[in-house]
Design a binder for this molecule. Structure first.
Ligand code: CA
Length: 224
């Protein structure tokens, strides 16, 4: 899952970014409205955490432009502004939720997860594929009822494969999902994670198929 964080306050931005990264998200951090606007042009995100009072371009303007382009990424506004007007205006412009500063980081993450879940049209908190089950709320995967031991990156790969099961997931979207701007992604990084997940899934009737030139896809092994 890839998140755009838009926040000009260094301390708060750092805290949010660190907490999201620790939870396994890839985080891009824009510190002014212009950068945020540019990022949203060039990249597909799973969620946006948006401050309103920003240098160069107001957060509401960033949001207005985003929705004008019909991009439906969930947006969570975080703002110290107490005015009901801002809140209404933000929601009118297409924000999905609103959190007033100061807030607790776990609350921000919980709201973000709820929004992302809604976007993926997941109503219950788990998505199943054969013996595999992804808990989208707590972000872990079980197979035949047992929790699978995965690194954050492996989880990120498997999570996307489960959420998009039945479809081929391209290597590019996996990379976008896992890495932020600052990270240099080796050519075979995704292959390495897929290899490790395959090993972990070996005892079960689930496999990851490589669709040459296109990407990866989850597959149930059919019993002979
Ligand atoms: Ca601000």
């Amino acid at each position: 899952m890839r998140i755009l964080l838009v926040e000009d306050d260094d301390a708060l931005g750092n805290a949010i970014s660190r907490s999201l990264i620790k939870s396994g998200y890839a985080v891009d951090w824009a510190k002014d409205g212009n950068d945020a606007d540019l990022a949203l042009y060039g990249q597909v995100y799973d969620g946006v955490v948006l401050d309103l009072g920003l240098p160069k371009m107001d957060g509401l303007e960033v949001l207005r432009r985003l929705r004008q382009r019909k991009i439906l990424v969930p947006v969570l506004i975080i703002s110290a502004r107490e005015g009901v007007d801002d809140r209404i205006q933000g929601l009118d412009l297409g924000a999905d939720d609103y959190l007033t500063k100061p807030f607790k980081l776990p609350e921000l993450e919980a709201r973000l997860r709820a929004q992302i879940r809604r976007t993926h049209q997941v109503t219950s908190s788990s998505v199943d594929f054969g013996e595999l089950s992804l808990d989208t709320k707590e972000r872990y995967v079980t197979v035949s009822g047992e929790r699978l031991d995965l690194s954050q990156r492996e989880l990120g790969v498997l999570e996307l494969l489960i959420l998009r099961h039945g479809r081929v997931v391209s290597k590019e979207s996996l990379i976008e999902n896992l890495f932020n701007w600052d990270e240099d992604v080796g050519n075979n990084a995704i292959e390495v994670y897929v290899h490790r997940i395959r090993k972990k899934l070996e005892p079960y009737k689930i496999s990851i198929r490589t669709v040459r030139g296109l990407g990866y896809m989850l597959e149930k092994e059919i019993e002979p």
